[in-house]
Design a protein around this ligand. Structure first.
Ligand code: PHE
Ligand code: ZN
Length: 850
């Protein structure tokens, strides 16, 4: 096999045929499904060969306008079928193919596969080519008719149901769509049903399809769906456009969920929820992913991407929309902090390592490797910055124009930016660099006070990233407010627009030197570097009127205290005192208080140390964090006990933001008190808990105290038959294992019969738990690295996508000392040397080692 060649954005050419209609017939059978495809095609460019993608298909028949095509007129390769131009009519024609595929053998979970006895599909990005011969690219859009033949009782596809009988069903999707949005499901499923009436009066039948027995756990997802549908009407003027909306939950899924037109397919962990089985974090995530996939109906499906380089066009925008939705229905401040925590943990980390790439990449080998935090989360930040720059009204006008102008099209980032330019008159040439240049800008700020004028001077610099040694200045929206010495806001939030490498902004007529609150609400995805005193940060932590920056000040205080503690310092008494104030204020806003009590993660401390020029020592970091936890708990034991007691929920259970915030605060207190009572409280709670939030938090505490054996056994007895809960059982043990025990614990769990490693959720639970156990994964023995690499090697032939994705655990190797670097590189080398390594993992490992 020749080395796979990269695809390039610059090489885009339109497809030389139009697909006017697609009609598919599926004769389902686990090991031998027949797919009949009838394509109505019209040539768009005379003399072009007809090239169709197709992989792993057994061709049974091929007819052009009703006549079998002679083998001399086409060529068949491993990747597709080409019909010579000379064999094609000059005008519209019909191509029919019959192929056979083997869904039962499909462990890659791409194309048509089986999960728990049901047939299901996953076609994004390039899965449709595993189903039939087709131009599998997003700019080819067509209406689909689908006939499914099977004895299974529930047969679903995209669009509206047309007719059904015993053993068959027909569907029609009137909205032209690319093949990646195709979906089919067949199984013995039951539905939770509901109905939604759109703003203009269309009645939509809603159904969430699950395995028998799970229907009682769909209620929350259904409510979230209806809230999403209403919200998109109110916030964006977007209505639903079919008679039915179906969601199906499947247990085997490589990602979170998929926005197939009218038939969203979900990882079951993002649908099923009950108080006994789902944590508050699960509930919040279910709500946001249900919304995300629903919002794709307009941003992704009605308007799709011209090519996969434009992935952020749908993903960045849809993530931005689901973030808006959550902040509207929950707490905006808490949501922003959670999003920034995730952005820094995943996207900044990506941007600072060997996998850094622009929000719109310019080349790839395997597109599945570009469903990244950069495309999604940074893509959403870029939309947020656009909105800040053009204002709410400008944003609304631009989006209206976007929907008007591009409905039914496959669009580009250029189209997207042009609607903003046309709607607002703004030139976005420089702004576009956010899409083309990788790396996180560092924003340095200095200040000057001359007795009446206060000046902030910013300097921006973006470090080199792979393939992009030199960066140019970006447009950076910097939200700034100024506080007086007593904490009053003397200058309310104002948006500074930085466009130069270095730029000053003056504030006139101030009576006294103010305290600046910079980058409020995290107005741009940059690293803010500011020389400031601990006292000023403590002041902002106490007084900033911007909740994000108030939290941020506390976070940076804790971070620098921890960095000093890694170097041997004692806990900072001012920081300890500040936590006392946090505890006093917390009951008034529990979710926010819980966030303020949460210490920076070990990975975050490692990043900060590396940025400061010190290779991080994971064991030292782990120790420092434990010492600080202990010191805070000791200093505030009484207050912690009081808050822990006050936040107890008398029930009945509600997953809403307010009670979830109380539970979060209570569990934050538990985590601190745990060090003092040696797990006694956690032990009691673990058995008495009525919610999974409490039970799992208590279990983590017991594991950290190394007294969890009994609780783990009881947990297992109680939930042995619940796959989603057992995923948590696997995860929590590895995630919270002591550094010396992590690899060993993981190996012990991987040897259990219920470690069903071919199920991506189970694999991710165990291996993801190990990778997230910073001191365990990076243990100096290299045992964590070795175990992890062994399992990637084992999974790769079965499921390349998930393997490639999980190889990112190694992306931070350049941060560490020479010993660990050598260990990690050796494991990556071992993976890359595997014969027959998948293209997915091959590309990732090559980039990681470059
Ligand atoms: N498009 C999906 C989403 O973000 C993600 C996805 C990509 C799912 C590829 C499966 C495969 O909503
Ligand atoms: Zn998406």
């Amino acid at each position: 096999m020749t080395a796979p060649q990269p695809k390039r954005l610059a090489d885009y050419t339109p497809y030389p045929f139009r697909v006017d209609q697609v009609a598919l017939t599926f004769r389902l059978a686990p090991c031998a499904t027949q797919v009949l495809a009838r394509l109505d095609l019209t040539p768009q460019s005379p003399g072009a060969d007809l090239r169709l993608d197709g992989e792993g298909l057994r061709l049974l028949a091929l007819r052009l306008d009703g006549h079998a095509l002679p083998p001399a007129d086409y060529t068949l390769t491993e990747t597709g079928l080409t019909i010579a131009a000379r064999a094609l009519p000059a005008a519209a024609f019909v191509l029919e193919s019959e192929v056979e595929i083997d869904p039962a053998a499909n462990t890659a979970l791409e194309g048509l596969y089986m999960s728990g006895g049901m047939f299901c599909t996953q076609c994004e990005a390039e899965g449709f080519r595993h189903i039939t011969f087709y131009p599998d690219r997003p700019d080819v859009m067509a209406p689909f008719r689908v006939r499914i033949e099977s004895d299974l009782p529930v047969l679903l596809s995209n669009g509206n149901p047309v007719a059904q009988g015993t053993g068959w069903a027909e569907w029609h999707d009137p909205w032209p769509k690319p093949a990646y949005l195709f979906a089919l499901v067949a199984g013995d499923l039951v539905a939770l049903r509901d109905r939604f009436t759109t703003a203009s009066g269309r009645s939509v039948d809603l159904a969430i399809w699950v395995r028998r027995g799970d229907e009682a756990r769909c209620g929350f997802a259904m409510e979230a769906l209806k809230r999403s549908m209403r919200w998109d009407e109110e916030a964006y003027g977007r209505e639903y456009d079919l008679d039915v909306f179906n969601i199906v939950a499947v247990d085997d899924f490589n990602m979170g969920a998929m926005e197939n037109k009218g038939l969203n397919i979900f990882n079951s962990k993002l649908v099923l929820a009950s108080p006994e089985t789902a944590t508050d974090a699960d509930y919040e995530r279910i709500e946001s992913v249900i919304a995300h996939e629903y919002f794709h109906n307009w941003t992704g499906n009605r308007i799709t991407c011209r090519d996969w380089f434009q992935l952020c066009l749908k993903e960045g925008l849809t993530v931005y929309r689901d973030q808006q939705f959550t902040s509207d229905i929950r707490s905006a401040a808490v949501k922003r902090i959670e999003d920034v925590l995730a952005l820094r943990a995943r996207q900044f980390r990506e941007d600072q390592g060997p996998l850094a790439h622009p929000v719109r990449p310019e080349s790839y080998i395997e597109i599945n490797n570009f469903y990244t935090a950069t495309v999604y989360e940074k893509g959403a930040e870029v939309v947020g910055m656009l909105r800040r720059l053009v204002g709410d009204d400008g944003y609304r006008r631009a989006l209206d124009l976007y929907f008007d102008r591009h409905d039914g099209q496959a669009a580009t980032i250029e189209d997207w930016l042009t609607v903003f330019e046309h709607a607002t008159g703004r030139d976005l040439t420089q702004f576009k660099r956010w899409y083309s240049e990788a790396g996180t800008p560092r924003l340095r700020v200095t200040e000057d006070w001359d007795g009446s004028r206060y000046t902030l001077t910013f300097t921006q610099e973006t470090p080199p990233t792979p393939g992009q040694p030199v960066k140019t200045p970006r447009v950076i929206p910097i939200a700034v407010g100024l506080l007086g010495q007593n904490g009053d806001e003397v200058v309310p939030t104002r948006l500074l627009e930085m466009t130069e490498a270095s730029q000053s902004f003056a504030f006139e007529g101030l009576a006294a030197r103010p305290v600046p609150s910079i980058l409020r609400g995290f107005s741009a995805p940059v690293v803010l570097e500011r020389e400031t005193t601990q006292a000023e940060r403590a002041f902002l932590f106490a007084h900033d009127t911007d909740p994000f920056n108030r939290w941020e000040a506390g976070r940076s205080l804790a971070r620098s205290a921890l960095m000093a503690m890694v170097g041997g310092a004692a806990p900072d008494p001012d920081l300890i005192a500040a936590y006392g104030r946090v505890l006093a204020d917390a009951p008034a806003d529990p979710a926010f208080g819980a966030l303020c009590l949460r210490l920076p993660s070990e990975d975050e401390i490692a990043t900060a140390l590396h940025a400061a020029g010190t290779p991080p020592d994971p064991a030292e970091i782990h120790g420092a964090r434990a010492r600080l936890t202990h010191a805070i708990a000791t200093a505030h034991e009484g207050a912690l006990q009081a808050v822990f007691a006050a936040m107890a929920d008398p029930g009945p259970f509600s997953p809403d933001a307010a009670p979830a915030g109380r539970r979060a605060l209570r569990m934050a207190c538990l985590g601190l008190l745990n060090r003092l009572d040696n797990g006694a409280r956690a032990e009691r709670l673990c058995d008495a808990a009525t919610t999974m939030t409490e039970r799992l938090a208590a279990l983590a505490c017991l594991i950290e105290m190394n007294r969890a054996a009994g609780a783990l056994a009881r947990f297992r007895d109680g939930f042995a038959h619940d796959r989603l809960v057992m995923d948590k059982w696997f995860m929590v043990q590895v995630l919270h294992a002591a550094p010396d025990l992590a690899a060993e614990t993981a190996a012990h769990l991987a040897a259990l019969p219920d470690f069903d490693w071919k199920n991506p959720n189970r694999f991710r639970a165990l291996m993801g738990g190990l990778a997230a156990n910073h001191a365990g994964f990076h243990h100096a023995s290299g045992a964590g690295y070795r175990f992890y690499a062994d399992w990637l090697i084992r999974l790769d032939p079965i499921n390349p996508q998930t393997t490639a994705r999980m190889s990112t655990a190694f992306e931070t190797w350049p941060r560490y000392d020479a010993h660990r670097q050598a260990l990690m590189r050796a494991e990556l080398g071992r993976i890359s040397a595997q014969p027959g390594l998948s293209r997915d993992t091959g590309e990732m490992v090559a980039r990681l080692l470059a």
